[in-house]
Design a protein around this ligand. Structure first.
Ligand code: ADP
Length: 471
């Protein structure tokens, strides 16, 4: 059932129950600890008296006096008068002699229920009986103090009174419900709007942004919904981009693998058939074979890394290691590699050993990745630098080159998986290297950043905390 229907039902049921409960409850409460007469008890008294008078044919003063006195003794606060057809008192328990006009008697009869209202003194009731074609009247009079208080509903004997009483009562009952309806209805509409917008939320379609400036809980919910919708949309966008890059990577990969393979096959065939000039050319071919095989090996390694990263499988083996020694070893490899090439290679590593708590092979891989990148993408600068500085709580490792650099707007993206600065450039990598470096550094609770000025300097800086908790 819709909450709006529920609300209506609830309102109608509550209002009906309030009205239904009002009567028995006020009757009950009105009767608790309240003495005195009400219309019903006065009617009973008079009816009994009239029946006795009729049974005993006691219409005349002498006979009726005994009966009225007897009744007066039982009900001392009530005055009983017996009036003849001409309006003259036949007997009065107060001993008075009155002469009522026909109008007075008629009025008393007519207004009998109403004159029980309020503080009018005395309260009078009139009953008539016929004997031998003559009307006789029994008048009851009593002070309003002798009546039960709080019994107004007994006296609503006419529709008019009922109507004048019920209308304000109904309005009074319904106003709170109408007010709550007035309060809940717009709220319900706002809930429905959020509900609808949430139902429409999916990655393909336009999102619905809701306007709700109110500060209440629903307003906050709407604000949270809007934020969530924006987040979902931007994440969906990222996923889409990621997916596109992944697809591009796969299509590039086949090309990237085929190029070195074609070269390997070609040069291997040349060597096999002895189609080379001299020993020097053979050495050159062998070097190309080695380079291309290494490149393929690296591509395959990176492919493996992607799978491992996907499965969260980069396993860590922490221990205390001298990072200075590790970096010297890596630097030495590159010195050998660059030997004979027109390359400046700066190495700035402190002489004393610095031990840190790390996974040495992973850190080595990170540094080698940065150096490989510097060689591959920054070789135009003919410059390579590796450095380590000890800064109290941190070690700072830098790898720099003076090549073409990385445009400012690309710098935040290069650490994302499959991101390559120039996607159309093939045969250079899978766009996974820096993502791996970043992950390794993060696993060591460190950070990595880049600054780049084309052909001046491109510097990758890794900060590693020295005092890590042993894990
Ligand atoms: P890849 O495996 O393709 O080399 P990386 O994640 O290592 O991917 O690098 C991402 C991109 O960052 C590369 O495509 C390259 O364009 C750029 N890049 C990385 N290092 C350098 C650098 N030293 N100089 C210029 N561009 C670089």
């Amino acid at each position: 059932m819709k909450s709006q229907t529920k609300l209506w039902l609830l309102m109608i049921i509550s209002a009906t129950m309030s009205i239904l409960l009002f009567f028995p409850l006020s009757l009950l409460i009105g009767n608790i600890g309240v003495n005195g007469y009400d219309l019903k008890s006065l009617n009973t008294i008079s009816q009994e008296l009239l029946t006795t008078i009729e049974e005993q044919q006691a219409f005349q003063a002498t006979e009726v006096a005994t009966l009225l006195d007897h009744a007066h003794q039982s009900h001392p606060s009530i005055r009983f008068e017996w009036i003849g057809a001409n309006g003259a008192t036949i007997y009065d328990t107060l001993g008075e002699n009155n002469h009522y006009t026909f109008k007075q008697l008629a009025d008393r009869l007519l207004y009998m229920p109403q004159n029980l209202w309020g503080d009018d003194d005395p309260i009078t009731l009139t009953y008539s009986i016929n004997y031998a074609n003559q009307p006789y009247y029994l008048l009851l009079g009593l002070s309003s103090d002798a009546m039960k208080q709080g019994q107004i509903y007994f006296f609503m004997r006419t529709f008019k009174v009922m109507f004048t009483f019920m209308l304000p009562l109904l309005v009074a009952f319904f106003i709170p419900y109408l007010l709550s309806l007035w309060f809940f209805y717009p709220m319900n509409r706002r809930i429905n709007r959020v509900n609808y917008a949430m139902g429409q939320l999916n990655l393909q379609s336009e999102i619905i942004i809701l306007k709700d400036t109110k500060k209440d809980e629903l307003g906050q919910l709407t604000t949270h919904y809007n934020e969530m919708a924006h987040r979902i949309l931007s994440q969906a966008d990222q996923i889409k981009q990621f997916d596109t890059r992944r697809k591009l990577l796969l299509s590039n990969l086949s090309h990237d693998l085929r190029t070195p393979l074609t070269m390997i096959l070609g040069y291997a065939e040349t060597i096999r058939t002895g189609m080379y000039k001299d020993e020097q050319e053979l050495q050159m071919y062998a070097k190309i074979l080695l380079q291309q095989s290494r490149y393929m090996d690296k591509l395959l390694d990176q492919l493996l890394d992607i799978t491992r990263q996907d499965e969260g499988n980069l396993k860590l083996h922490f221990a205390w290691h001298p990072i200075t020694e590790l970096m010297r070893k890596v630097a030495a490899d590159y010195v050998m590699f660059l030997d004979g090439q027109n390359f400046t290679f700066e190495v700035d590593i402190p002489d004393e050993d610095i031990l840190i708590w790390m996974d040495a092979p992973l850190i080595e891989r990170a540094i080698r990745n940065l150096l490989d990148n510097a060689m591959r993408y920054g070789s135009d600068g003919q410059y390579l630098e590796i450095g380590l500085t000890d800064q109290d709580d941190y070690l700072v490792i830098i790898v720099a080159d003076k090549g073409r650099g990385i445009p400012q707007q690309e710098q935040t993206h290069i650490f994302e998986r499959f991101y390559r600065v120039d996607d159309s450039r093939q045969g250079e990598g899978l766009g996974i290297g820096l993502a791996i470096v970043k992950e390794i550094v993060t696993l060591h609770h460190g950070s990595i950043s880049v600054t780049s000025h084309p052909f001046k300097q491109t510097v990758f800086t890794i900060q590693l905390p020295k005092s890590q908790h042993e894990q």
